[in-house]
Structures are given as structure tokens and as C-alpha cells.
Design a protein around this ligand. Structure first.
Ligand SMILES: NC(=O)c1ccc[n+]([C@@H]2O[C@H](COP(=O)([O-])OP(=O)(O)OC[C@H]3O[C@@H](n4cnc5c(N)ncnc54)[C@H](O)[C@@H]3O)[C@@H](O)[C@H]2O)c1
Length: 264
């Protein structure tokens, strides 16, 4: 029996990377998935690649009206929403401008928070409303290892992901107070090899060295894969995790366990 048979899901920022892998894993487990992204062409391409079970839609998570309309469209077509993965996120590091606490501009700070934190707030808000009729559901918010430690060169990103971690617990408790079996958990990846790393690795001859350096301190000493994250999200989306809410899940090769734990 597929683990998500008959479930209706929405995934944001799903045209590539971790979001795309989550869509693929959900569809493989029997769900119908709205594959949404800021970039309509990329969303359509990815939905075509996934095939039957994936529905492409344009959704900028910063835009409340678009979120409301997307949830309305899903309810109109399927009559329910069972799973929402608030995955869309940006680092802000694709510009050469500084993102440290002393030199970042207020505009750059706000741009990162608008996608990463406002977007998750809005995604949760409309997910809860859409799940009220069935009084069940699973919301998974993509935070980061950076939501648990400071990142001096990506301060807005780290603050936004810390906000996602905390807001997930508020959502979980609110839903429980409302006597809803609507669960909300956060996922904290680190060093998952996706296009988000491209800006940092660059295309120069030092690319491989830079990539290796990025995971040198990770106990497992490798990047994680998008499929490894998707497998965790399938668990949180499925009824197997029915008693799990307000929790946070690190998927980081052991990074947050402490200093490098593998033998020298
Ligand atoms: N890759 C990692 O190592 C890593 C580590 C920790 C956390 N994360 C988090 O995982 C999530 C996915 O990361 P990824 O590496 O797959 O990123 P990615 O850059 O490969 O993909 C992100 C997707 O989000 C979309 N997007 C950006 N802004 C959007 C918006 N306003 N509305 C809707 N879609 C938007 C992009 O078009 C893109 O398709 C992000 O929240 C990221 O912060 C990733």
C-alpha cells in the first residue's frame, strides 16, 4: 500500500532541488501533488518530468492573494488538502552584496525574510484553513541547520530559518488547541547538494575544492542528497508520524551533533 495513497499535497518552491524531489517522492507514494513555484516555466517542466500525479501551478509565496487563490483552486478541484510543504526559500547570496549583521542593507534583509519567513507564515495560515473541514493534515516547514546556529555571512537567512523553526511550534500548538489533528513540524537540512549551493561554489577551477571545503567539517564528510531529505518529508507527511507535531528534524550528516565526530 503506498504510504500517501489518495492524499492531496501542495509543495512550494518545487521546480528544482529539494522541493522537486519531495514532489517525486510524494507521487511515488500515491499522492496527487500541486507542484508550485515562482517560476511557471520551470514548474511546468518539472511537472511534465514527474508525470501523472503532479499538477504545475505558479505561486510566489510572498503574495498572499496568490496563496489564497491556489488553496481555493485545490479545494475546488479535490475538496481537501492533506499535506502542505512550505519549502520555498532563498539565501540572498546570489548578489555580491554583504549579508553580515554590520553591512547588510535593510532591503536585502527584508527580501530574504519575505520569502523564507513571511512565505511560511502565509503557507501555514492558508494550510490550516484548508485543513479545517477534515480537521486533519500535515504541514512541513523547511527550515535549516542555519535556523539553529548563527551564520555571520548570511544573517537574514539564519534569522529567517530560526523564525521558521519557532513558528512551526506555534502552528502545531495552535492546531492542537483548536482540537485539529493538523500537525506541523520543521525540517533542518544542511549541505544538500542543490542549485542553492551554485552561487557559493561558482564555476571557477576551484569549484570542486570549494565544494569539498563546505563539507569538510561534516561528520559524514559528504553532501546529502535531495532524495534523503524527501524520504524524511514523506515520513512527516504520512500517517506513520500521526503522533509527531511541533518537532524539529535535523538532516545534516551529523553536523549539529557537535564537532566533527568521524575518526581523523
Ligand atoms: N540545499 C541545502 O543545502 C539546504 C540546506 C538547508 C535548508 N535548505 C532549504 O531547503 C529549501 C529548498 O532548497 P533548495 O536547495 O532545493 O533550493 P533551490 O534554490 O534549488 O530551489 C528553491 C526553489 O524555490 C523557488 N522560489 C524561490 N523564491 C520563491 C518564492 N518567493 N515563491 C515560490 N518559489 C520560490 C525557486 O524558483 C526554486 O525553484 C529552502 O527553503 C532552503 O532554504 C536547503
Amino acid at each position: 500500500m503506498p504510504r500517501l495513497a489518495g492524499k492531496i499535497a501542495l509543495v512550494t518552491g518545487a521546480a528544482q532541488g529539494i522541493g522537486a524531489a519531495i514532489v517525486g517522492a510524494f507521487v511515488a507514494e500515491g499522492a496527487t501533488v500541486w507542484l508550485t513555484d515562482l517560476d511557471p516555466a520551470a514548474a511546468a517542466r518539472e511537472a511534465d518530468a514527474v508525470g501523472h500525479g503532479a499538477v504545475a501551478a505558479t505561486l510566489d509565496v510572498r503574495d498572499e492573494a496568490q496563496l489564497e487563490a491556489t488553496f481555493a483552486a485545490i479545494l475546488a478541484r479535490h475538496g481537501r488538502v492533506d499535506i502542505v510543504v512550505n519549502n520555498a526559500g532563498i539565501t540572498g547570496l546570489d548578489t555580491p552584496r554583504p549579508h553580515d549583521p554590520e553591512n547588510a542593507s535593510l532591503a536585502d534583509w527584508r527580501a530574504v525574510l519575505a520569502t523564507n519567513l513571511d512565505g511560511v507564515f502565509l503557507g501555514c495560515k492558508y494550510a490550516i484553513r484548508a485543513m479545517r473541514p477534515t480537521a486533519t493534515g500535515s504541514i512541513v516547514n523547511m527550515s535549516s541547520r542555519s535556523g539553529l546556529v548563527g551564520i555571520p555571512g548570511a544573517a537574514a537567512y539564519a534569522a529567517s530559518k530560526a523564525g521558521v523553526r519557532n513558528h512551526s511550534k506555534s502552528v502545531a500548538l495552535w492546531c492542537a488547541q483548536q482540537r485539529l489533528q493538523v500537525r506541523c513540524n520543521s525540517v533542518h537540512p544542511a549541505a544538500i547538494l542543490t542549485p542553492i549551493w551554485e552561487a557559493m561554489a561558482g564555476r571557477g577551477s576551484d569549484r570542486e575544492a570549494k565544494l569539498a571545503a563546505m563539507v569538510a567539517d561534516s561528520p559524514l564528510r559528504r553532501f546529502g542528497t535531495v532524495d534523503e531529505v524527501a524520504a524524511l518529508v514523506v515520513y512527516l507527511a504520512s500517517d506513520e508520524s500521526a503522533y509527531v507535531t511541533g518537532s524539529e528534524f535535523d538532516i545534516d550528516g551529523g553536523l549539529l551533533a557537535g564537532s566533527a565526530a568521524s575518526p581523523g
